[in-house]
Every structure is written in structure tokens, then in C-alpha cells.
Design a protein around this ligand. Structure first.
Ligand code: GLN
Length: 304
């Protein structure tokens, strides 16, 4: 397995030339463009890694699956999906247009920014600080890594440049989709995007979902129903407006972030974490997607 992963990294590293590192915050632009790493934890907890899998990056949109789990734990499935839909949009992740024009009157799904900001507003806590601390404790628990934390330079950049997200937040507030304080919801959102992790951490989170919401100690942190909802939304909406193509080419429930990370889940089999900061036009890691496509073919991992 380790040899296979080394070859996948070697074969696909050059593809990073085809993309660009995210640069809407100067701090993100510092990532090494051709970095590439993959880590797998199989269902028995065996670890296989190749390339830059200890390199830290911010999880960005991958945080959307984490807040979704905690928001459902905090509020129940019915409440969460009364405010946010379950349908893919086919639009870019930060698109604003369907928010007002669709008859649904709520964000299409929790994986686009509008839906994710609404979900962040549902995390319980007396203020933004307590809400975020609960989220951080939750991600530390499911990744089994107590050292995970926020990159504060990136958080400041997210907040300073996040006017489009702010606009969506205030619109959601005006529609009563966000019931609490909108600035608190935005602050939680900017911080969750700025959590730093490695491909290894992502593989652990993938394994947690592959086990139906259990950690390696056997603790059932979320019920399997929540894990199923999250994995399903990863298939339909997890790779932005490339989710359909990714499902055909790779066929593994996955969620990407503009920091270059991808977390993938082969239910009952393994969790996979990939890092490659050079992104395609949709915001997915170019080399990362290529590695996953080859891995899926080699090991017949498609769930379809
Ligand atoms: N912080 C980014 C944003 O809100 C995250 C987006 C992403 O990873 N797609 O625009």
C-alpha cells in the first residue's frame, strides 16, 4: 500500500502546475504550490502515508461537514433541514444569486457558503467564543488530536476579506434563517475555516465517518444516521460545482477546501486525507483529485 501511495504522489505531483494556490488572503498564497500528500487509515486503524502528509494547511470548506455534524447533534435533523436544503446548486460555493431568486427561500445545502454560515449559527453556546470552543473540542475529539487549533493570521484575513460572506449572513438574518446573532455566526464561520490540520488529521476524520461516527476507542460520538447524512451530502455537494463529475470519476464521498485539503470516506473501509494546495477553477486540489481518481481505480473504491 505504501508503495502504491508513493507512486500516486510521484505520478501526479506535476499536475499541480495546472492550477493556482488560493490567494484571496496573502497568507494562503504562501503554500508550496507543488506540495502533495496522501494518508489513509484503514478500518483497523492501520496508517499508510506518502508525500507531504504532515504539512499544515487550513481546512476551509472541509469545516462545513464538521459544523453540520455538531449542528445536527445540537438541534436535531428536522430543525437543521428546515433552515437549509439538501440539493446541489451547480453554482460556485460562494454564489449569492439563488439565495434570493429561488422559491425555496433558504440556502440550497450546507456545503455552499450561505448554507454553512446558517449551520454555524446553530451551534449552541452563549457567545461566539463559546460556540467556537465547542466546535474546536468536537473536531479535536473526532480527529483524535488535541493539538488542532486556529491559524490566527488566516482567521484575520478571512474576516477582513469576508464581505461576500458577511452579505450572505445579513441576508440570511433578514429571512430569519439565522435566528441568533449574525456577527457571532460569521465569526464562528471565519474561525472554522481557519482551523489548521494535516492530511493525516483529515484521514482520521474520514475514518470516523467510515466507522459511522465512532472514534478508535469505540466511542459513538454521533449516531450513524448523522454520519450517513454527512456522507450523502459529501457525494452530492462536497466538491463544489464539480461534485457530479467527481462522483463519476472517483466515486468516493469527499469534501474539499480551498486550503488544498480533501477528506474522503470509503464507508466501512477507510478514511483518506489528501493535501495539494494548487487548485482548479472550481477550487478543488488539481493533483489531489488526480491522486484520488487513480487510487479509486487501483483499489476499486467507487461506492457506485
Ligand atoms: N473561507 C473560504 C470562503 O468562505 C472557504 C471557501 C472554501 O474552502 N471553498 O470563501
Amino acid at each position: 500500500m505504501e508503495d502504491l501511495l508513493k507512486n500516486l504522489v510521484k505520478n501526479n505531483q506535476a499536475k499541480s502546475k495546472l492550477g493556482e494556490v488560493a490567494n484571496y488572503i496573502p497568507e494562503l498564497d504562501k503554500a508550496k504550490k507543488d506540495a502533495l500528500g496522501i494518508c489513509i487509515y484503514d478500518i483497523n486503524g492501520n496508517e499508510y502515508c506518502a508525500g507531504d502528509c504532515e504539512e499544515k494547511f487550513t481546512i476551509q470548506s472541509i469545516s462545513k461537514i464538521i459544523t453540520l455534524m455538531l449542528a445536527i447533534l445540537d438541534n436535531g435533523e428536522e430543525y437543521v433541514f428546515s433552515k437549509v436544503g439538501m440539493e446541489p446548486t451547480g453554482d460556485p460555493f460562494n454564489s449569492i444569486k439563488k439565495l434570493e431568486t429561488s422559491s425555496r427561500k433558504r440556502p440550497y445545502n450546507p456545503m455552499i457558503n450561505a448554507g454553512a454560515i446558517a449551520v454555524s449559527s446553530m451551534i449552541k453556546g452563549k457567545d461566539a467564543r463559546e460556540k467556537f470552543q465547542r466546535l474546536l473540542d468536537f473536531v479535536r475529539k473526532i480527529s483524535e488530536d488535541d493539538t488542532l487549533d486556529v491559524n490566527y493570521k488566516i482567521y484575520c484575513g478571512e474576516s477582513e476579506t469576508g464581505n461576500r460572506n458577511r452579505a450572505m449572513g445579513y441576508f440570511l438574518k433578514s429571512q430569519n434563517i439565522i435566528e441568533g446573532n449574525v456577527e457571532d455566526a460569521l465569526d464562528v464561520y471565519f474561525k472554522q475555516c481557519s482551523i489548521e490540520a494535516t492530511a493525516k488529521n483529515l484521514a482520521r476524520i474520514g475514518l470516523f465517518l467510515a466507522r459511522g461516527g465512532k472514534t478508535s476507542t469505540g466511542e459513538q460520538v454521533i449516531n450513524p444516521r448523522i454520519a450517513t447524512i454527512v456522507k450523502t451530502l459529501m457525494v452530492t455537494c462536497g466538491m463544489y460545482d464539480s461534485s457530479g463529475e467527481f462522483a463519476v470519476r472517483v466515486g468516493i464521498p469527499s469534501k474539499s477546501g480551498v486550503g488544498g485539503g480533501i477528506v474522503s470516506v470509503v464507508p466501512g473501509k477507510m478514511g483518506i486525507g489528501v493535501f495539494g494546495p494548487s487548485l482548479d477553477k472550481r477550487g478543488n486540489s488539481v493533483a489531489g483529485v488526480a491522486v484520488l481518481e487513480e487510487l479509486s481505480k487501483e483499489l476499486s473504491l467507487t461506492i457506485f
